[in-house]
Design a protein around this ligand. Structure first.
Ligand SMILES: [Zn+2]
Length: 334
């Protein structure tokens, strides 16, 4: 039996640390965290919409009297499922990396609501966004609420007597990924540097940065790892993500060297070892990002058109490969 249950809601990690979990951890169903010491609190991430975030804050306040007032919030990275609830903690100091804050200005909740509203007119990418997220979360009425404090590299906070180290490890999943490490409690809140039992998304890259971040966590004296999505884990979960990246990097490289297109490579790579992970279609984004690296292009901001193209290809992959039965078992190219 796993040490931590994977059920929706608040989980007491001990030592004043809490995790808010949202099974099943697929697209948009993110986790958040709360660090408490004495009367001081720090929230790690908000959720994808206002109702989800309000429910979480209510539960935290019911369980932890000190959470009545949350003076500081950290956004681990710019994906809506970690920042769109910021409006409900707008009076708090909202902390993020500078790169995360820049990305937030480029993709606001208002734009996301518009995409969702117009999903029937904007092609297969918008349709996939709607199927996976737009139809499940409520973006209307969310106001862009950017961070009020940014940093680069590292920011050391005190929550009561507790040290919390915010470390910028991106660009990797996004441009400005941050992890929150609480050494005293041997715990790290990873944001989306870790997806547990789900495929990660290499939106930004380079993959070497992501692997470096995983190695950093593996080097620490850490027992509890709260991922951005999926169940609470330990270093075994971190190692599993590392193995995934090494595998897809090597497999994509072989196909790049053999002259396959990124799309053909994505379809061709056997993912049998990961068929129990959610969201297998993300291999499409990951292979495209790896190809960009192989072509010697360092990180470039993906424009909206390219992002939508990738969403469209993920829809195609999901429908062809993951299918109604949910398992990857067809190998078109064999
Ligand atoms: Zn996320």
């Amino acid at each position: 039996m796993p040490k931590w249950q994977y059920t929706k809601g608040l989980h007491n990690i001990g030592g004043g640390l809490w995790a808010w979990l949202q099974p099943d951890g697929s697209w948009g169903w993110s986790n958040a965290g709360l660090v408490v010491d004495g009367d001081q609190t720090l929230l790690v991430d908000t959720l994808f919409d206002l109702k989800l975030t309000q429910d979480m804050l209510d539960a935290m306040r019911a369980a932890v009297p000190a959470a009545k007032h949350i003076p500081r919030v950290v956004n681990t990275h710019n994906n809506g499922d970690h920042v769109f609830g910021n409006q409900l903690v707008a009076d708090s100091e909202i902390i993020a990396s500078k790169a995360c804050a820049e990305e937030m200005d480029q993709r606001t909740p208002e734009m996301t609501a518009e995409l969702s509203r117009n999903h029937t007119k904007l092609g297969p990418g918008a349709l996939f966004f709607y199927e996976m997220m737009g139809s499940k979360f409520k973006f209307e009425g969310i106001r862009h609420t950017p961070p009020s404090r940014t940093f680069e590299g590292r920011l050391d906070l005190k929550v009561g007597d507790k040290d919390v180290h915010l470390l910028e490890v991106g660009p990797a999943h996004t441009r400005g990924d941050v992890i929150a490490w609480v050494p005293k409690d041997k715990t790290v809140f990873t944001g989306d540097i870790l997806f547990m039992n789900g495929h990660p998304v290499l939106w930004a890259g380079p993959v070497a940065n992501w692997i470096k971040a995983l190695d950093l966590m593996l080097s620490w004296d850490v027992e509890t790892v709260v991922p951005g999505h999926g169940p609470i884990t330990d270093k075994a979960g971190v190692q599993g993500m590392r193995d995934y990246f090494v595998y897809i990097h090597d497999e994509a490289r072989k196909r790049f060297d053999a002259g396959l297109s990124a799309q053909d490579a994505a379809w061709d790579i056997r993912m049998d070892g990961w068929s129990h992970w959610l969201d297998g279609e993300r291999i499409v984004v990951n292979v495209h990002s790896l190809y960009r690296e192989f072509q010697g292009k360092s990180y470039v901001q993906r424009d909206e058109g390219e992002a939508m193209m990738l969403f469209g290809l993920m829809r195609k992959y999901k429908h062809e490969r993951c299918g109604a039965c949910g398992g990857v078992h067809e190998h078109k190219h064999e």
